[in-house]
Ligand binder design. Structure first.
Ligand SMILES: Cc1cc2nc3c(=O)[nH]c(=O)nc-3n(C[C@H](O)[C@H](O)[C@H](O)COP(=O)(O)OP(=O)(O)OC[C@H]3O[C@@H](n4cnc5c(N)ncnc54)[C@H](O)[C@@H]3O)c2cc1C
Length: 442
């Protein structure tokens, strides 16, 4: 949508095809019992300058809210706060030496490490080198398992570098507590503003339109077909596919396959995708004081709990209810994506949350839902050889532009907006010269 917004702003005539019934992809809104919020949890960091500039451009700056949030850690039957430096110093599961090593790692990562080199070593090996076996097993391994599921020991160290660098900026001031943000109304507010701006510029937004076929024509244009209905779709002088590369592979005809293959080769993160299955609970009462609770207990079938109502104002946003996300990250091919909701609920709720909070009873739960997304995060797995592909450039008349092209970064919307901004800025001349039929900018 950012790309559509930028190109419509340059005067191009845009059509956007979205497979789902509503706009938004992973940031789409969801009706949770009595209120609407993002289907998956999202926060904004104070240093998310690309995203905040976009929100401002969309007229929503005054709707941005900031909250001091806390992080918790559950291990050995105890809850620990890890919300600031004082908590970290008190944390009993690491020795003074372990803590010193961890502090050196943070300093190294944020000041001297060279991120491209960190594609060549696993996070596991890098963290053991810096924090020792005990520090790794006590602190890091549970976090890696929570975030990467089956890929926890294959992920490249660059991910840790990107996470530490990103989180450093969220922890400001003497207390070093993190400050996180959101837009009043959630991403639904941002999507609404996008839709209004795009439609005002004449863009046509098709929802419920999975692109099934992308083929070149003899006129040098590209024909896009949706569903099986021959009349849905259109012919365009430029098509940019922004979904996962492997879904582009399914849609293109053989003449366009080399474009997709080149994207796969240059940006190998598209080779493995992490997906997520997430149970959401709407509760009559708060559960934790934390935005994120990391869980490192093999007896609990849950690795993380996100209580977003410790970030967002529960009175203004969720009618006083608590909204909790219980994610399980899975390989995109995991059969659990096809398992029924009951099995997942029994695991994450019955053998997960209720082991941590045995007093949580059915009467506390107003609504529960399971949501799945198969292609969430292109995985930065360890790789050797040349690292650092060239930044994607405009390829006519068809190209792929997506999150597998983010380098030395975690997956977040600030990076996504930054990728689009840089792409459009780099290609300003080409976009200005493009022979596309234009509408005057409004
Ligand atoms: C659990 C979770 C937590 C997250 N937390 C944060 C956070 O705190 N902060 C943050 O900044 N980011 C967060 N993110 C990441 C954020 O959601 C992504 O950065 C963002 O959604 C990526 O946008 P995208 O458009 O690249 O991909 P997507 O949102 O995946 O959109 C791709 C779209 O392409 C569509 N599509 C695919 N194939 C076709 C086809 N053939 N035809 C038509 N349409 C098609 C899909 O339906 C989808 O709508 C989180 C994501 C998840 C899942």
């Amino acid at each position: 949508m950012t790309l559509a917004h930028r190109l419509a702003g340059l005067g191009h005539r845009i059509q956007l095809f979205e497979a789902a019934p509503e706009l938004g992809g992973l940031v789409a809104p969801q009706q949770f019992g009595p209120f609407v919020w993002d289907r998956f949890y999202h926060c904004i960091l104070p240093q998310d300058s690309n995203l905040i500039a976009l929100i401002t451009e969309l007229g929503l700056k005054d709707e941005l809210r900031w909250t001091r949030t806390g992080t918790g850690y559950y291990a050995d039957g105890h809850f620990y706060s890890m919300s600031g430096n004082a908590d970290f110093l008190r944390f009993p599961l690491l020795s003074v030496a372990d803590k010193a090593r961890l502090a050196f790692l943070v300093m190294h990562a944020t000041h001297t490490a060279r991120p491209h080199d960190l594609y060549r070593i696993t996070a596991q090996d890098w963290l053991i080198r810096w924090c020792g076996q005990r520090g790794y097993e006590t602190f890091w391994r549970p976090l890696l398992r929570a975030k990467f599921g089956p890929y926890y020991d294959q992920i490249a160290a660059v991910f840790i570098w990107a996470t530490l660098t990103r989180l450093q900026g969220a922890r400001k001031g003497t207390s070093k507590r993190e400050q996180l943000g959101y837009v009043h109304g959630g991403y639904a507010s941002i999507l609404r503003a996008f839709r209004q701006r795009l439609q005002a510029r004449g863009a046509i937004l098709h929802t419920g339109c999975p692109v099934r076929k992308i083929e070149p024509t003899v006129r040098g244009t590209v024909r896009v077909s949706c569903n099986d209905a021959a009349e849905s779709g259109g012919e365009f002088d430029q098509v940019i596919f922004t979904g996962p590369t492997r879904l582009a592979r399914r849609a293109v005809t053989p003449d366009l396959l080399p474009v997709v293959e080149e994207a796969e080769q240059r940006y190998p993160a598209s080779g493995a995708y992490l997906g997520v299955a997430c149970l959401t609970l709407v509760l009559r009462r708060p559960l934790t004081p934390f935005y994120v609770l990391n869980i490192a207990d093999p007896g609990v079938e849950l690795t993380g709990l996100i209580e977003i109502t410790n970030l967002i104002d529960r009175h203004a946003e969720t009618g006083g209810h608590s909204l909790i996300y219980l994610p399980r990250y899975l390989d995109s091919a995991d059969p659990a994506f096809d398992s029924d909701d009951r099995a997942l609920t029994e695991s994450l709720l019955g053998r997960g949350v209720q082991r941590l909070y045995p007093d949580l009873v059915d009467a506390d739960i107003v609504d529960r839902q399971v949501h799945r997304a198969r292609f969430v995060q292109p995985l930065p797995l360890v790789r050797h050889g040349a690292i650092g592909a060239a930044f994607p450039g405009l390829r006519r008349p068809f190209m792929v532009l997506n999150t597998s092209m983010l380098e030395c970064a975690t997956l977040n919307n600030n990076e996504v907006v930054g990728l689009v901004n840089r792409f459009v800025a780099n290609e300003a001349v080409a976009f200005a010269d493009a022979g596309a039929a234009r509408v005057p900018p409004q």
